[in-house]
Design a protein around this ligand. Structure first.
Ligand code: PGA
Length: 253
């Protein structure tokens, strides 16, 4: 069963006070529906606090990154998947385009991290997407196929059953330029068709979020596309009212 999700990626924003206030606001403002997961992904230092603040409510907490190493060891600055599970995190964003572009995460590293997340009992939200140049050169689909294939090679067909995907065109992230609903739908359908070559059931049941400048006024049009299962929200997730309105757009479908 495809589950809808509205996930907020705070990136490197927030504070102790912000975390407390935002989770309290979401708990009071949002009527959470069972078939639409509400997820908040704060920076790692606020995760334990966020899990505690969200306890007893339907607000779910995810991390923005995890180590590509599973076992404890001498890896200064790294946070392993088992540590995220240990504090009550349920999800983790993997392979966000900022991680790929700014921190050198290759398709193979993203694939390894996806496996680490699954092995630690977390649901990875694996991000794929093309840059503007890649799109203009007609390479969007081949780039995304390569990103998906690297993950397939690492987790196998069955691994996909534990994954949420996010299509995030790099040119739409933080730019105010959203993919049109039709552009989003076309790539989401491509992703599903690509996965169907591995397994038809996996392709039909995986949730695929759209991300890139989703706002309260464009969320409904994007989320109502047949292969779009909600959104991964950056900037608008830092405003509780906007994020609540985006969630409401998904819940109304
Ligand atoms: P944005 O970010 O909504 O600010 O464009 C989306 C993301 O990077 O996940």
């Amino acid at each position: 069963m495809r589950q809808m999700m509205v996930a907020g990626n705070w990136k490197m924003h927030g504070s102790v006070a912000f975390t407390q206030e935002m989770i309290a606001l979401l708990q009071s403002k949002v009527a959470i529906k069972e078939n639409v997961t509400l997820l908040v992904c704060p920076p790692s230092v606020f995760l334990a606090q966020a899990v505690q603040a969200a306890a007893g409510s339907e607000v779910r907490i995810g991390a923005q990154n995890l180590s590509d190493v599973a076992a404890p060891g001498a890896y200064t600055g790294e946070v392993a998947g088992f540590m995220l599970s240990d504090i009550g995190c349920q999800y983790v964003i993997v392979g966000h385009s900022e991680r790929r572009a700014l921190y050198g995460e290759t398709n193979e590293i993203v694939a390894t991290k996806t496996k680490m997340a699954i092995d630690a009992g977390l649901t990875p939200i694996v991000c794929v997407g093309e840059t503007l140049t890649e799109r203009e050169n007609g390479h969007a689909e081949s780039i995304i196929a390569a990103q998906l294939d690297a993950v397939s090679a690492c987790i196998g067909v069955d691994g996909w059953r534990s994954v949420v995907l996010a299509y995030e065109p790099v040119w739409a992230i933080g730019t105010g330029k959203t993919a049109t609903p039709e552009q989003a739908q076309a790539i989401h359908a491509f992703i599903r068709a690509h996965l169907a070559k591995l397994d038809v059931t996996v392709a039909a049941s995986i949730s695929i979020l759209y991300g890139g400048s989703v706002k309260p006024d464009n969320a409904a049009a994007i989320f109502s596309q047949s292969d779009v299962d909600g959104g991964l929200i950056g900037g608008a997730a830092l405003n509780g009212d906007d994020f609540a309105r985006i969630y409401a757009a998904a819940a109304a479908l």
